[in-house]
Design a binder for this molecule. Structure first.
Ligand SMILES: C[C@@](CO)(OP(=O)(O)O)[C@H](O)COP(=O)(O)OP(=O)(O)OC[C@H]1O[C@@H](n2ccc(N)nc2=O)[C@H](O)[C@@H]1O
Ligand SMILES: Nc1ncnc2c1ncn2[C@@H]1O[C@H](COP(=O)(O)OP(=O)(O)O)[C@@H](O)[C@H]1O
Length: 284
């Protein structure tokens, strides 16, 4: 067991494009989506112990321990490996919840990767991803840790190298349920499947955005305000929105002059996740 206390990052992701290419018999939708990470993270400080128990502080408001994806990921790993070790996890929750930035999935992925290290389980990335997908469709990309086109329901990953621009991320004040977006009868679900080369060279859009804009005026108002200044689009099933800039100073000056109702922060796109950076450069 690695007993040293380590502060592990759990970064957010953006869907730089998101196309729905069909629906499977089980109701899930087939996607073609481009994931890139941003340098804005939750942090999990992990202290491994021999208790067999998983404790997390502080609690997340409205998320009981048994529903916390960190707890679920740790339990799944214990069950899969019959490991009798435990851990105390201190969570710094910086990512907005339910905003399409994937914070819950990222916390789960970081838990799997980190406990695999602390408990010296030696599970492969593939095994961790197979366990992780049971917790959420986006967990495998966070375990992969490299910008990628995801296909199927998000499990088929191909690494790509998009530009790493600066972003202004806006967090509209509304909660959007992913299942509700996928249930919307007006959702475009027949986008033609394209080759990776075509996908990377075309203008990037998000098939969920028109329906979400129609049903959530806060999202529409945010996109329309930002579009006056920079290319802007929604990530995932919303509600967060990102505007793209070549220079950090342009993102920052737009954030400074944004109206009070627009809750936002600036960050940079990264093709290697901070979690993968930590694993490959500092812990090897
Ligand atoms: C579509 C994405 C793109 O990143 O949206 P965001 O959640 O990030 O906004 C994700 O893959 C979402 O992943 P996640 O939020 O983990 O979704 P899940 O819990 O696996 O699925 C929630 C529900 O959404 C629907 N769903 C989800 C993914 C998918 N490819 N097809 C679907 O139809 C299903 O009804 C499913 O029960
Ligand atoms: N550790 C966690 N962090 C965030 N959300 C969590 C966590 N555990 C469970 N959840 C639940 O998962 C939901 C989706 O969270 P999140 O991944 O942040 O959203 P999204 O998939 O839209 O980016 C939350 O609303 C919350 O109820």
């Amino acid at each position: 067991m690695h007993i040293e206390k380590i502060r592990w990052p759990a970064p957010a992701k953006l869907n730089l494009f998101l196309y729905i290419t069909g629906q499977r018999p089980d109701g899930y939708h087939n996607l073609q989506t481009l994931f890139q990470f941003i340098d804005h993270c939750d942090f999990l400080t992990i202290n491994a112990n021999k208790s067999g128990k998983i404790s997390i502080t502080p609690e997340i408001a409205d998320v009981p321990l048994e529903s916390n994806l960190i707890y679920k990921a740790a339990r799944l790993l214990q069950e899969h490996t019959q490991c009798s070790l435990g851990a105390h996890i201190e969570l710094e929750k910086n990512l907005p919840m339910g905003g399409g930035l994937g914070g819950g999935s990222s916390d789960a992925a970081t838990t799997l990767v980190a406990l695999n290290y602390h408990w010296q389980l030696n599970l492969s990335e593939r095994t961790l991803a197979t366990l992780g997908v049971k917790l959420g469709a986006d967990v495998p990309i966070f375990i992969h840790g490299k910008a990628a086109i995801a296909e199927g329901v998000g499990e088929k990953l191909t690494s790509v190298f998009p530009k790493q621009p600066h972003y202004l991320i806006a967090v509209p004040n509304c909660h959007i349920s992913t299942p509700d977006v996928f249930k919307n009868p007006f959702l475009k679900r027949d986008t033609k499947k394209l080759s990776h080369e075509q996908l990377m060279n075309n203008k990037w859009t998000n098939d969920c955005q028109p329906c979400v804009k129609k049903n959530y005026p806060e999202v529409a108002k945010t996109i329309d305000w930002l579009l006056e200044y920079a290319p802007t689009q929604m990530t995932g099933t919303g509600a967060c929105v990102f505007s793209t800039f070549e220079q950090a100073c342009d993102a920052e000056s737009l954030a400074e002059k944004s109206p009070n109702w627009l809750n936002c922060f600036t960050t940079k796109g990264v093709n290697v996740s901070p979690l993968r950076e930590l694993l490959t450069t500092k812990l090897d």
